[in-house]
Design a protein around this ligand. Structure first.
Ligand code: 5GP
Length: 226
């Protein structure tokens, strides 16, 4: 079925002033602006959860979290999907058999980034967790698609384990000339070609604590570059 359209953050949008939010000075001095406030992100995740729960209907599935960046989105999304399932189950006696609505979780860790550049090599940690996806409906949960290389590689890898179906959701998709054209079925926001931190997304492991999605300034990029 048709999923809801991503929210498009335009190229000419400068972001919101840092001073309009509560951001600790040790983080804000390395930032340029707030691109997407945390509350706005929650509103969009609510709709994504609804789209996904509607499509999956009564089917059991495994949610595959792509670490590390994806875990906050994963948590928020699953919480909302589970809530929808709970209400549906309570209302409909036909949905009360054992296998219905069972959501399993698996975790995989991918690493491709150094500084703000996607590197060609993608390390995969946690291959064992892919074996349990055989014959399952799988929902891959990712934080951001940039060039699309990571996702295409992960999908190829996953196919070897013959899951029943594969669906992909990404909170963000970046509009970049380097894109290989890959688009997930469920996308939260389409964003300009800028390097983003916050909501558990990092710059060389820094800035994960920040609760809004922010754009870094040049000072910050230099300060924490490898
Ligand atoms: P791709 O293979 O699509 O080029 O890159 C995907 C991965 O790169 C994402 O899972 C994410 O970890 C990282 N990434 C891409 N763009 C950004 C960004 O703007 N900020 C952060 N923190 N990570 C990014």
């Amino acid at each position: 079925s048709k999923s809801s359209p991503p929210i498009v953050i335009g190229d000419d949008f400068e972001g919101y002033s840092l001073e309009s939010f509560r951001i600790t000075p040790n983080l804000s001095k390395y930032l340029q602006s707030v691109l997407i406030p945390g509350g706005f992100i929650q509103d969009r995740i609510e709709r994504l959860a609804c789209d996904i729960a509607t499509d999956l209907g009564n089917e059991p599935f495994t949610a595959l979290c792509v670490l590390k960046g994806g875990y906050l989105f994963f948590n928020n999304l699953l919480e909302k999907i589970r809530q929808l399932h709970r209400y549906r189950c309570l209302d409909d006696p036909e949905l009360q058999d054992d296998e219905a609505q069972q959501i399993k979780v698996e975790f995989i860790r991918l690493k491709s980034y150094e500084n703000e550049k996607s590197t060609n090599q993608i390390q995969v940690i946690g291959l064992e967790s892919l074996e349990s996806l055989r014959g399952r409906n799988v929902l891959i949960v990712e934080d951001i698609i940039d060039t699309g290389r990571t996702m295409v590689k992960l999908l190829k890898l996953l196919e070897q384990y013959e899951p029943r179906t594969i669906r992909v959701t990404s909170l963000l998709v970046k509009r970049t000339p380097l894109s290989n054209g890959y688009m997930p079925k469920y996308t939260g926001f389409s964003i300009p070609n800028k390097f983003i931190v916050g909501c558990n997304m990092d710059y060389n492991e820094y800035f994960r604590d920040l609760n809004h999605l922010c754009v870094m300034n040049e000072y910050g990029k230099q300060k924490y570059s490898l």
